[in-house]
Design a protein around this ligand. Sequence first.
Ligand code: 13P
Length: 253
Amino acid sequence: MRQMMVAGNWKMHGSVAFTRDMIQTLTASVTVNEAVTLLVCPPMLYLTQAIQAASNTSLSVGAQNCAQIQTTGAYTGEVSATMLADVGCQYVIIGHSERRALYGETDAVVAEKTKVALAAGVKPIVCVGETLAEREAGQAETIIATQLDAVSKVIGAAGWANAIIAYEPVWAIGTGKTATPEQAQEIHAFIRHQLAKLDAHMAEAITILYGGSVKPDNAVTIFSQPDVDGGLIGGASLNSDDFAKIYAAAVAH
Ligand code: 13P
């Protein structure tokens, strides 16, 4: 059985009060099933607060990004994976399409960040996905293979064994347009197939999340696909009721 996960990517949303209330509500209202990790990824500034509020609970906390350099140095404004580990952060989202599109993160940068996260002992959630133009041009699989290959070259099968992948079609993010369960399954199976070329056992065991307009009413059918191991949730993770319902859908699947 693969470990499942429901992860909330708050993006640049929240406040001290929001973080306090959300963690309190989630830890009080959600019974965490050990087969499904429950994770929230607040903005960097609220990480320590979230980690402290979630300590001694089954809620995990992750970051949304880390520096390309592992430890310390003259890199104004950056936060290293070592620092994330230092404050007790267990996961980090790497290469989200917003970072690729808005902050120029190339496949090579994503690979390097994945490597430093692994070295620091912070589990990377590596995001891949195609744009609408790429899908319409029939290039979805080629794009995803390229994104995966860049990371594989740097971390190898052993690195993937300690990582998570999130398939997030760019056209489904924040648009209310979700991939159909069949479209998600097709790409998830493709990702597993690509990784199996490195190591079949690792490919079978790796957790692959779907992200892009997952809501309480579509979570069940998406999570019921054989190669979908949970979700990376944006907008709906900012509402504790919706997020709890999506978590329940993953547990029920
Ligand atoms: P939405 O759930 O808001 O579409 O965002 C998905 C996402 O980008 C999660 O990382």
